[in-house]
Design a protein around this ligand. Sequence first.
Ligand SMILES: C[S@@+](CC[C@H](N)C(=O)[O-])C[C@H]1O[C@@H](n2cnc3c(N)ncnc32)[C@H](O)[C@@H]1O
Length: 371
Amino acid sequence: MKKTKIKISAEIEALIPELIGAFRRFLKLSGPDHELQTREFRTTCENVQKIEKAFEAASFDEEFYSREIIAAYLLYHFPIHFGQGLSLIGELPCTPKKVLEVASGLAPFSLAALKLGAQEVFAIDQNEVMLKLGAELIGRAGYPITMRKWSHGKDLFPISESFDLIILPYCLNELFPETLKNSEEKKLSFIQECLARLTPTGFLLLVDRTDQRSNTQVLKIREHFVAKGIAIQAPCLGKSFCPALDSKSPCFAQREYEKPYFIKEIQRGAGIFLNSLKMSYLILRSPQAGWPQIQDGSSLFRVVSPPIESYVGKRYYLCGVNGKGKLDLSLAEKTYDLQRGSLIALEGKSKYKMVAAPGKPLPETGEGTNV
Ligand SMILES: C[S@@+](CC[C@H](N)C(=O)[O-])C[C@H]1O[C@@H](n2cnc3c(N)ncnc32)[C@H](O)[C@@H]1O
């Protein structure tokens, strides 16, 4: 299926009045649709801070999601996660038709999949209030979505079909807290179960925060599944041991976007310093698929750092089929706006050709083979 072109900032901007409207209906408040009143703004920022702290400490329970917390999540985390979804799902080689978001909350990644052309989208979560609010918002945006209440550890998986894309966004710390007995094994076996629910050409997208604990968790999941013969679609190009894990340095995605004023204001009020969309992510291929076939694989690299500046130019750290690399661009170089996440072909030590911009699919030459 042909892919839909999307501009992330414009999509988030267009969503804001809908979010404010939903916020007002949810909290039974009245006021203008395009902006928050001072008191609403203040409490939203305080609750966004509480959510951020809970994320950092990875400490949640069912009671955490009060109506005020859900309302703040709707105004800040929903649009941010929606924007991340647009970028990450955009990295797939084709539009997934049938999609499942697990522990979806308000289902921001489901909305992103629908915007990008998915036809049948399911979202499951233990919190019925969040599911209902997400369904209302997505329904008003004109998209059909099926929501099911599901509590991991208590309920059987509520859908028996196979999916072209299963998304596990920002939920592993809540489904598998460190306090849970054998939490590591349970988490990996749950991801394995999700892989088994993919169509033969399907993908599993895992998204999490960029703090060291969340990032390391994603990198370790990558190591585990690569060792089990599961192929990766993105961001990694090869099977070699993860250099970031080896050097205990982070590896995450960073997507530049023009920040809507509303998001800027909440970030200012909540003391969040983030100029771009940042997330740890991993796209695994179905166990029945092989590694993507790429041309000139050994010269291809993913840019995995921001530019490190010096008086002679900029250095970028890279990761390729066979592990680490680097690129030094002198001040004289004209092509100078390389971003973290870009896919490039190295042509010598300080020359490169752009192969795919961040958030764009890997150019594949054909079907992968089973490993
Ligand atoms: C941080 S939110 C992420 C929501 C959404 N995926 C997003 O990216 O915005 C985590 C979600 O996990 C859900 N959750 C936590 N424990 C769960 C469980 N045992 N079963 C099902 N859902 C659970 C919560 O209700 C919450 O909606």
